[in-house]
Design a protein around this ligand. Structure first.
Ligand code: FMN
Length: 334
């Protein structure tokens, strides 16, 4: 397979240097995770979804979600909400906090989100979704983007309709996850359906769903005709993956996966950054899932995981990290 021609992607004044985007993932793609993904060369990282009402209350969680590391590329902040005026106000605040792109969430399938008539529920309420897009586009100077699913369910796959409206009201880029809300994460993402959305619009479109490797990315780009791909779950425990995929798309060359010691040092940095961001207790708790992902399939990791899962004492974890590093060094590379 050959590389596609490498060109940055321009969205108004914003330049995305390559064709791979890290998916927004609440509870996963926080500042420490995005910082790592950016370091390995992903073109764009997007904040976890921020609830617009909470943002206006300036809650600690929403403030944290809007933090971006220096050098992480364009700052894209994703908003969720159901009231157009509040979404507009939240967008202004996000721009004040440094957003260079505002992304609107029409894709989240979670019950607690849908119950509030937000996220993917808005795909069932096109008039309200339209008002929200208009309000946000009208409130800020920066480009507004929208992330959606293919529709609510298999009988109402209206992503083309919504995408055309989005384009009409001034949205400058779209992301489509190739599942319906009712699919949640089951089945496979329908890249052919995404191709239909891409055909219908002229703004850049990012294809999303089930991209786990460089080959998947190329195949998804070929199938959908999309301008870029977005990678979510496959980057869990592998924050280097989106950058590796971008490198492959740009050059046709595959980068080596980090060896055990390199992974150890990425994991340690990730854990330390989480403790700094959330404080030791919450940081350790939140880091456990990442550690589980980093160590999937790593021999001898069970003991390390066991210690980390049963202590909130940073000193114990630091000691165990050293022991685990020595063991990884003994195991050699890979
Ligand atoms: C844990 C988790 C949290 C997510 N949170 C968000 C979110 O805050 N905003 C959003 O638009 N999508 C969210 N998503 C959806 C992803 O952005 C992406 O669309 C989905 O995972 C499909 O891509 P993938 O197959 O590469 O994982 C989340 C997904 C996961 C697994």
């Amino acid at each position: 397979m050959s590389a596609i021609e490498y060109q940055p992607l321009g969205i108004g004044p914003v330049t995305i240097p390559n064709r791979v985007v890290l998916a927004p993932m609440s509870g996963v793609s926080d500042l420490p995770f995005r910082k790592l993904a950016a370091r390995y060369g992903v073109g764009l990282v997007v904040s976890e979804m921020v609830a617009s009402k909470e943002m206006l209350r300036e809650s600690r969680q929403s403030a944290r979600r809007m933090l971006f590391a220096e050098g992480s590329g364009p700052v894209s902040i994703q908003l969720a909400g159901t009231e157009p005026e509040i979404m507009g106000e939240a967008a202004k605040l996000a721009v004040d906090r440094g957003a260079e792109l505002i992304d609107i969430n029409f894709g989240c399938p979670a019950k607690k989100v849908v119950r509030k008539a937000t996220g993917s529920a808005l795909m069932r309420d096109v008039p309200l979704a339209t008002e929200i897009m208009k309000a946000v586009v009208g409130a800020v100077e920066v480009p507004v983007t929208v992330k959606m699913r293919t529709g609510w369910d298999m009988h109402t796959r209206n992503a083309v309709e919504l995408a055309l409206i989005a384009e009409d009201v001034g949205v400058q880029m779209l992301t489509v996850h190739g599942r319906t809300r009712c699919d949640f994460y089951t089945g496979t993402a329908d890249w052919n359906f995404i191709a239909g959305v891409k055909d219908a619009v002229s703004v850049p479109l990012i294809a999303n769903g089930d991209i786990r490797s460089a080959e998947d990315a190329l195949s998804c780009l070929n199938t959908t005709g999309a301008d870029a791909v977005m990678i979510g779950r496959a980057a869990q425990g592998r924050p280097w993956l989106p950058g590796d995929v971008a490198h492959y798309l740009a050059t046709g060359e595959k980068r080596e996966e980090p060896d055990l010691l390199q992974r150890w040092s990425i994991m340690r940095e990730h854990l330390e950054d989480m403790m700094t961001l959330y404080g030791a207790n919450v940081g350790i708790r939140n880091a456990r899932k990442h550690i589980g992902w980093y160590l999937t399939g790593v021999p001898g990791a069970a003991e390390f995981r066991n210690v980390v899962n049963n202590t909130l004492d940073p000193a114990v974890i630091a000691q165990e990290l050293v022991r685990f590093r020595e063991m990884s060094a003994l195991a050699g590379s890979r």
